[in-house]
Design a binder for this molecule. Structure first.
Ligand code: ATP
Length: 235
């Protein structure tokens, strides 16, 4: 049987100043599954993630997380309920060490140990300042920090921003480890379409704020329209 949905988005309208840039979006993420959100620049991917994560109030439609309606619930409350966002800019404390960054994220019940077991790459840089890590290590830390509270849903914006493709190739499979190891549902926005489909079970493709394609990674890989629909230059 299929795992239960941790996130169900129905007919979502999302945008700015009352003007939707994302329209009629239906999307689902199940426990333990990696789902990629693809699409060209300006398609509405970040807007969708920010709305799901509670940083932007939805203009219409519904968002349900862990069986409860969350449209309009603030990000910090969602974080406490198990919806964790890894923002595009990573938002690390550059002057603090890896260990301190992880510790700050820890709620009463959280633990770094499980995260370090899952991301052993972080163990060897625990005492280094976050600002001095490589881009790939910083991104790993951003993911690790979001995982300290053992979220049910991890929402990841553009992991690969500013990273070399070879680094992205090593980094993206971390999301699969998270989904399998913690049973977390993962929703990830990614520019590298083919790399994203290597780690995602399913994907949705947005163009101009509307869903134009969706399916399993295998189905989408065989779609001749895919790269045109989500063309970003380096896929
Ligand atoms: P990219 O890959 O370039 O980040 P994206 O798919 O994430 O693209 P969004 O960032 O969601 O796209 O942008 C969707 C649309 O919303 C764009 O037309 C953009 O100009 C607009 N937009 C984004 N942020 C704002 C904002 N703060 N205020 C008004 N419009 C915005």
């Amino acid at each position: 049987p299929e795992a239960e949905a941790v996130l169900t988005v129905t007919g979502l309208e999302a945008g700015y100043h009352g003007i939707p840039v994302v329209r009629g979006l239906d999307l689902q993420v199940r426990a333990g599954e990696v789902v990629a959100l693809l699409g060209s620049n300006g398609a509405g991917k970040t807007t969708t993630l920010m709305t799901v994560a509670g940083l932007l109030a939805p203009l219409g439609g519904s968002i349900s997380f862990d069986g409860e309606s969350i449209g309009g619930v603030a990000a910090h409350r969602l974080a406490r309920r198990g919806l964790s966002l890894v923002p595009e800019d990573r938002a690390l404390f550059a002057e603090l060490t890896v260990r301190e960054n992880l510790r700050l994220a820890r709620a009463k019940t959280g633990s770094e140990r499980d995260v370090l077991d899952l991301l052993p790459e972080l163990t060897k840089c625990l005492d280094r300042k976050a600002g001095l890590l490589s881009g790939g290590e910083q991104q790993m830390l951003a993911v690790g920090r979001a995982l300290v509270t053992r979220p049910k849903l991890l929402v990841v914006d553009e992991m690969s921003l500013g990273l070399a493709p070879v680094v992205v190739e090593r980094l993206l499979p971390v999301l699969r480890r998270v989904a399998v190891g913690f049973g977390t549902g993962v929703l990830v926005v990614e520019q590298h379409v083919t790399l994203a489909l290597d780690v995602a079970e399913r994907a949705y493709v947005l163009a101009h704020g509307r869903l134009v394609l969706s399916g399993t990674a295998a189905q989408l890989r065989d779609q001749p329209d895919l790269l045109t629909a989500s063309y970003l230059g380096d896929a």
